[in-house]
Design a protein around this ligand. Structure first.
Ligand SMILES: O=c1ccn([C@H]2C[C@H](O)[C@@H](COP(=O)(O)OP(=O)(O)OP(=O)(O)O)O2)c(=O)[nH]1
Length: 159
């Protein structure tokens, strides 16, 4: 099976084609571009920032592009994608942007070319909703939000 081809165009001259870091990488790294006349954007602790990648993309029909965090940024700096996974719809033709948040204790600087997130292509399962009167019963029923405990059953049972 041949890989789907994804077409990008540059909306900024410094934009870089997203490429997987290694042949087996699930994600292709997304790089930031700075607005004209700006050399760096500083994120204070707690700040969120909408960053441009300088790209527009045509995601093939039947797919979405997910914008995911990079684990290195999360671990070393507390910086992550706020709306992870961000969704790029197949019919979206606007600028491909990334929403970062700085959960760290230090300022975090972003410059043109910095790899700020990664894009993963995912198949979409189309669905249509219908309103019904009842839903089929299951073993879980309405239990959720920790209803099965947070440790093993044995530990939970201990007094
Ligand atoms: O991290 C993101 C998330 C979204 N988008 C773009 C592509 C996506 O197709 C569009 C809409 O995203 P979403 O559906 O998440 O936004 P919404 O808040 O529901 O707004 P809308 O009413 O525009 O759908 O915005 C990005 O560039 N980056």
């Amino acid at each position: 099976m041949t890989d789907p081809v994804i077409r990008f165009i540059k909306s900024h001259p410094d934009a870089r084609l997203p490429e997987p870091a290694t042949p087996g990488s699930a994600g292709a790294d997304l790089c930031a571009v700075m607005p004209d006349g700006v050399s760096a954007q500083i994120m204070r602790p707690g700040a969120r920032l909408l960053l441009d990648t300088g790209l527009k993309v045509a995601v093939p029909e039947g797919y979405e592009m997910q914008i995911r965090p990079r684990s290195g940024l999360a671990l070393k700096h507390g910086v992550t994608v706020l709306n992870t996974p961000g969704t790029i719809d197949s019919d979206y033709r606007g600028p491909l942007k990334v929403v970062l948040i700085n959960h760290g204790e230090e300022n975090f600087s972003v410059r043109t070319g910095d790899r700020i997130a990664q894009a993963v292509l995912a198949a979409v399962a189309p669905f249509r909703g219908v309103m019904v009167e009842t839903l089929e019963e299951t073993a879980r029923g309405e239990g959720g939000f920790g209803s099965t405990g947070i440790t093993t059953g044995a530990a939970d049972a201990a007094p």
